[in-house]
Write a protein of this length. Structure first.
Length: 164
């Protein structure tokens, strides 16, 4: 790879391989093409293309992460839409409110993704299941003071993600 345009070189040398790999993995050319582009955009944004030693394993790792994010977002969106479908029509939000809620859910998902697993799990247990600090601590095998620290960290992360 040249030092001047490492992402362009990476793209030129490995895009076709990544696209084929994703197509086999996903079974859909269009999704594979989108995710291949997202993979290279992610690398471009990170600014570390010049440091990549083993391109294909690196690309596969980034692409796998993006596949997982897309899958998780789809699950989140489906759960939200199912909850909306269960509401009486008079209580259903407008299409604009639905879109805004989905965007906020995606922002929260991204914010939680950057947290350690125990912190993320504590947040989900508290906010989705209504679990107490003691219950969360028991399930995670940590003290209630640790749970409080976890929730403070997760809530702060989510707040700043939405406020940004």
């Amino acid at each position: 790879m040249s030092a001047v345009h490492p992402v362009a070189d990476l793209y030129t040398e490995h895009h076709r391989w990544l696209l084929g790999w994703l197509r086999r993995k996903l079974g859909c050319h269009d999704q594979a093409a989108d995710l291949a582009q997202d993979t290279f955009v992610s690398i471009l944004t990170a600014g570390n293309a010049g440091e990549i030693r083993e391109a294909r394993p690196f690309l596969a790792t980034v692409a796998n992460r993006l596949v997982a994010h897309r899958y998780r977002r789809q699950l989140l969106e489906n759960a939200y839409l199912e909850a909306l479908a269960a509401l009486p029509e008079a209580l259903a939000p407008s299409p604009e409110d639905r879109l805004q809620a989905l965007q906020v859910l995606q922002q929260l998902d991204q914010a939680l993704d950057g947290l350690p697993p125990a912190v993320r799990q504590a947040f989900l247990l508290a906010h989705l299941e209504g679990a107490s600090y003691a219950e969360i601590g028991e399930r995670l095998g940590v003290s209630t003071s640790s749970v409080k620290q976890y929730l403070t960290r997760a809530n702060r992360q989510c707040f700043f993600a939405i406020a940004a």
